[in-house]
Write a protein that binds this ligand. Structure first.
Ligand SMILES: C[S@@+](CC[C@H](N)C(=O)[O-])C[C@H]1O[C@@H](n2cnc3c(N)ncnc32)[C@H](O)[C@@H]1O
Length: 293
């Protein structure tokens, strides 16, 4: 799904969730004649328990989003909030924050986690390219490459314009995206890349996320087959879930133009979470775009 391979590590995730085994289908019909979904329409976000098992413990960006929320001086909207890796931490820290995500499964999981933690969280199923919550926020945040799921320029502008319409005057959209450089684009296609590996606290086995990519550098597109596999104690790997997704990477000056096309008054682009300049490819890009005061 993502290109930040340095995050590969083997560590237990805080909190244990039962993992539903969900084997990939081949599309068409089962032997019993039941209709099954075409495999290509299955998304990695259809397996939110596995997403959490692998990603919930990632906290490399949590302090940054806390700072963004603290500086907002008003309510915060997370666009593409998923299962609440960031959003629930913001609500837990006492910020007035809510989220949207277009995956019903991810939002359902977020709500279960919120109720387990005794938190009241506003989270809606909505498409970032076209949503209307009927209220405005001091800041909108789009973390962990969620914006890369807008695959066309039209989708990108629609998503940014929808975010802008939800901001108060002088409000800011803050976005984190990976910044794939030449090394990434020249990696061979079709080779499973181990992105992350975590110990499943329920079973003691390891759960691995592999990403098999086909890249189109001209279209700035990465098509991925994502596979969650379990590494059993006897060394066998078994498939838990297979999904398909695409991401369109966006570069600095293009993003600045997209912000303008979507009606933002000004923007700034950094090369990481500490406001450092963006100087090298393969860094993390953090972009801010402000509405007119
Ligand atoms: C990489 S996950 C990030 C989730 C969460 N922000 C985090 O940091 O763990 C990307 C999220 O974007 C959501 N997403 C993809 N396309 C979307 C769209 N058009 N509208 C809203 N959410 C979308 C996915 O369902 C997924 O939850």
């Amino acid at each position: 799904m993502d290109v930040v391979r340095e995050w590969i590590r083997a560590a237990p995730v805080a909190g244990a969730w039962p993992v539903r085994l969900d084997r990939g289908t081949s599309g068409g019909y089962t032997r019993r004649g039941d209709r099954v979904r075409d495999e290509k329409t299955v998304s990695p976000y259809d397996a939110p328990e596995l997403y959490d098992l692998v990603f919930e413990g990632l906290d490399f960006d949590v302090a940054f989003w806390n700072r963004v929320a603290r500086g907002a001086g008003g309510p915060v909207l997370e666009i593409g909030c998923g299962t609440g890796r960031i959003l629930l931490r913001l609500v837990e820290a006492g910020f007035d924050a809510e989220g949207i995500d277009n995956s019903e499964a991810m939002i359902r999981r977020l709500r279960v986690k919120a109720s387990e933690r005794g938190l009241e969280v506003r989270a809606s199923v909505a498409d970032m390219r076209d949503f209307s919550l009927g209220c405005r926020f001091a800041r909108a945040v789009c973390a962990f490459n969620s914006f890369a799921h807008c695959e066309t320029t039209d989708d990108q502008v629609r998503a940014l314009a929808a975010a802008r319409r939800h901001l108060r005057p002088g409000g800011a959209l803050v976005m984190h995206m990976s910044y794939p450089g030449p090394r990434y684009w020249s990696e061979p296609d079709g080779v499973p890349v181990l992105e992350l590996e975590m110990v499943d606290p329920a079973g003691g086995r390891k759960v691995r996320l592999y990403d098999t990519r086909t890249k189109d550098p001209v279209a700035q597109l990465q098509r991925s087959v994502t596979e969650y596999r379990a590494l059993e104690p006897d060394g066998r790997e078994t498939l838990l879930h297979r999904g398909h997704t695409s991401q369109r990477w966006v570069y600095r000056f293009e993003l600045e133009l997209l912000f303008r096309a979507a009606g933002f008054a000004r923007s700034e682009v950094f090369g990481g979470f500490e406001r450092q300049p963006l100087t090298l490819p393969d860094e993390q890009m953090v972009a801010w775009a402000w509405t007119e005061s």
